[in-house]
Design a protein. Sequence first.
Length: 128
Amino acid sequence: MFKPYEIGPYFDEMLDQNGNPKKHYQSFYNVLQDLTDEELKEKQETANLNFLRQGITFTVYGNDGGTERTMPFDFIPIIIPAEKWREIEKGMIQRVEALNLFLDDIYHEQNILKDGIIPRELIGHRVA
């Protein structure tokens, strides 16, 4: 599967610059190596069919070839190592806390408006 694949100057989640699987992808890479191109294609088609059956679709208007399409997705997952996920998780928690503080302020004290950090005009209507 990976023989003709060249990484080039781009970032690749699975392979390093030498074309070897990164540590956190090694087991998955080994599974992929055991599959033929036809088996991979069949798995992708099965996933697409499941998306269609479950209604994971969108509509294309003005297209003669049919309007309902499955959501495009990459069959090969992005595997995020635990240490990287912890970093992402901390950032997500921080942003949710910031958003909650912002909303609380907008709906109550409105210090962010009084201090001119956010112009009142950006808020659709006067918040009580």
